[in-house]
Ligand binder design. Structure first.
Ligand code: COA
Length: 255
């Protein structure tokens, strides 16, 4: 059993987080699999749509904090940044099915998906500032553009969880469904997309995405430079240690 399950059926490639013991937290090895899968999907005519999903009670807890502490991504070609590059440049449509918590990159990756369906048990969190980090995945550009500046700022600064209805009002969730129905509904939508003329679907997506792609690339580069530096900061060390020690972090001594 792999931490990322991959299977293709009727033109839909499904990528499923499958690391339940760690709430589907994403390690460098998992990022590499996802980055490679997205790249291969773009080159494979048998794949028309990519569906991203997690488990019924957890989408993903985001970056694996232990892995990040032990092996912080050193350069822009590290697995997490390869994944972000490939998801933001994906040519085939990406459908997401979110049930349970979607933390950090679990939420920011959705900004690169084309349609997002969420369960009424979904909970989104952008805890970067609270972890001594900064936004990634061009979320500091895309979220204000999608949701408006103040709504994005509240989520990115405070890092408090919010539900699927609020995510829908913000504009990055298409539809909220009973949690038990999300997986089948999203698969049905992906299959429907897979039956449409593939080149028209790809061109429609490319036209919508291309207008902002350069700005997204530039923002990701900027965010990535800050993020890599901040990962080894004393603030991040305090935040990560506090998480594993199940205590409240104390940032009072840092300027
Ligand atoms: N990195 C590494 N391990 C993680 C993790 C993460 N991001 N999220 C959860 N885990 C591990 C926990 O350490 C715990 O491991 P253990 O059983 O060996 O002690 C296990 O997964 C279960 O987590 P727990 O916190 O007990 O589950 P929960 O149901 O109470 O809460 C979450 C689920 C997702 C809300 C909570 O785990 C969480 O907030 N995780 C951190 C999210 C985060 O900050 N991500 C980084 C974003 S940049």
């Amino acid at each position: 059993m792999s931490d990322i399950d991959i299977g293709t059926e009727q033109g839909v490639l499904t990528m499923r987080f499958n690391r339940p013991a760690k709430k589907n937290a994403i390690t460098a090895a998992m990022y590499q699999v996802m980055a490679d899968t997205l790249k291969a999907a773009d080159a494979d005519a048998a794949v028309r749509v990519v569906l991203i999903k997690g488990a019924a009670d957890i989408f993903t807890a985001g970056n694996d904090l232990e892995d990040f502490m032990k092996n912080p991504p050193a350069g822009s070609d590290s697995p997490v940044f390869q994944f972000l590059y490939n998801i933001s440049h994906a040519k085939k449509p990406l459908v997401a099915a979110v049930t349970g918590a979607a933390v950090g990159i679990g939420t920011t990756m959705l900004l690169h998906c084309d349609v997002v369906y969420a369960g009424d048990n979904a909970k989104f969190t952008l805890p970067f500032a609270a972890l001594g980090l900064c936004p990634e995945a061009a979320s500091s550009l895309l979220l204000p553009a999608i949701a408006g500046y103040q709504r994005a700022a509240e989520k990115l600064l405070f890092g408090e969880p919010f539900d699927a209805h609020e995510a829908r009002e913000m504009g990055f969730v298409n539809q909220v469904l009973p949690a038990a129905e999300v997986a089948a509904f999203a698969l049905g939508r992906a299959q429907k997309l897979a039956q449409l003329p593939a080149s028209s679907v790809r061109t429609t997506k490319a036209l919508m995405r291309s207008a902002h792609l350069k700005a997204v690339e530039a923002q990701m580069t900027d965010e990535g430079a800050h993020f890599r530096k901040m990962l080894t900061s004393p603030e991040a060390k305090e935040a990560f240690s506090a998480f594993f020690e199940r205590r409240k972090p104390d940032f009072s001594t840092f300027a």
